[in-house]
Design a protein around this ligand. Structure first.
Ligand code: PMP
Ligand code: GLU
Length: 393
């Protein structure tokens, strides 16, 4: 008899966003007419100039191993971006590039957490956070935030979740799945609590360029050098530059943390692809006007989807960031006709061919997440089907 796989994996689930996206793709391949509001990945093509930089790097034979943290040129550009656009005072030696923000977060958790350490995660949270924490042997402590607070964690809720084993707080602003942003005053209070307790903050800011209705993003690490010293700021190229498959992300933190992350990365991964790093340099260097152009398209889609949800009589947190809407379907899941958000989502997929992600994947039942990173035509078609679905219930 073969021995079992690692104990650590006993309570770890596969990524619900990736699994549902694979299911939608399979159904499409079988010829079914599926509209996907499931996965959150930009549908825009990578800018020509970024693609050309990648190809150029291939042709220049940039095929060798690079520095574990990434090429200096890229780290300098990232440090410059964080300084100028996020007000975070960092140098290139405080930056590590990784294979996506996903790996930046998991590597940060690896170096910060010992087995049994607790990591506070406000729910609803992005599907991978709780599972990454478990994979590194730490314990996710979920703080269920309130609808009336726009699903933002209050400093009091944070205080109530602290124990002597608390090691870090995992924040995401703008948030996936709610699209809400932490305002400066709450972040200042949260940072004060973390400083007082000596705990770290991992702040995932991957959607910091996706802002609507005049919303402003605020980086917690910009508060002071003291706060920057306990914060790992995570960001990446998947969303802003529409290059999720290229796998390029990064973390900024104090030199001790970056050195530890570099040790782990050097032993387990190496570094992100050499040629993709050159594409990253070009992405940061080139004319950035396409970001605003894409953003106004996302904004149109957001309004279109909100209009349809209003017509459906479904409430939601009005999103001011990212490209998701977290919609309240609890009136259909409280006993009847569906047991929960998973049953609701599966019935919607089966009956109407519309794929969404159940709130349970984000740790909050009674909701579904709709991604509007798809064409307006798809939004019209899929939302009309959602309208029919709820009308027929
Ligand atoms: N954080 C959040 C909140 C996300 O939604 C995603 C999307 N996958 C990631 C991190 C990971 O992004 P990446 O493609 O850079 O790994
Ligand atoms: N962040 C995206 C989502 O939430 C991509 C999928 C993933 O990596 O989980 O849908």
């Amino acid at each position: 008899m073969k021995k079992e796989l690692s104990e650590k994996l006993k309570n770890v689930s596969p990524s619900m966003t990736l699994e549902l996206s694979a299911l939608a793709k399979r159904l499409k391949a079988q010829g079914k007419d599926i509209v996907s509001f499931g996965i959150g990945e930009p549908d825009f093509a990578v800018e020509g100039i970024i693609k050309a930089a990648l190809i150029d790097a291939v042709n220049r034979d940039m095929s060798h191993y690079t520095d574990t943290k990434g090429i200096t040129e890229l780290r300098e550009m990232i440090a410059d971006r964080l300084k100028k656009q996020n007000g975070i005072n960092v140098g290139a030696d405080q930056i590590i590039t990784c294979c996506g923000a996903k790996q930046a977060i998991s590597t940060a958790l690896t170096v910060l957490c010992s087995p049994g350490d607790e990591v506070i995660i406000p729910a609803p949270y992005w599907v991978s956070y709780s599972e990454m924490v478990k994979i590194v042997g730490a314990v996710p402590v979920i703080v269920q935030t309130k609808w009336e607070n726009g699903f933002l964690m209050t400093p009091d809720e944070l205080r109530a979740a602290l124990t002597p084993r608390t090691k870090a707080l995992l924040l995401n602003t703008p948030s996936n799945p709610t699209g809400n942003l932490y305002p400066e005053n709450i972040l200042r209070d949260i940072a004060q609590v973390c400083l007082g307790e000596g705990i770290y903050i991992i702040c995932d800011e991957i959607y910091d360029k996706f802002l609507y209705d005049g919303a402003k993003h605020f980086s917690v690490a910009s508060i002071s050098d003291e706060v920057a010293d306990i914060t790992v700021t995570v960001n990446g190229f998947s969303k802003t530059y529409a290059m999720p498959g290229y796998r390029l992300g990064y973390a900024a933190a104090n030199a001790e943390i970056i050195k530890a992350m570099s040790t782990v990365q050097g032993q387990m991964i190496g570094h992100p692809s050499s040629v993709v790093q050159y594409a990253g340099v070009e992405a940061l260097m080139c004319d950035q006007s396409f970001i605003d152009r894409n953003l106004s398209e996302y904004d149109e889609r957001r309004k279109l989807m909100m209009g349809w949800l209003d017509r459906c009589g479904i409430e939601y947190v009005r999103p001011a960031g990212a490209f998701y809407i977290f919609a309240d379907i609890s009136k259909y899941t409280k006993g009847k006709p569906f047991g929960g958000s998973m049953e609701f989502s599966m019935a919607l997929l089966e009956k109407k061919g519309v794929s969404v992600v159940p709130g349970i994947g984000f740790g909050t039942e009674g909701f579904i997440r709709l991604s509007y990173a798809c064409s307006r035509g798809d939004i019209e078609k899929g939302m009309e089907r959602l309208f029919e679905f709820v009308t027929e219930l």
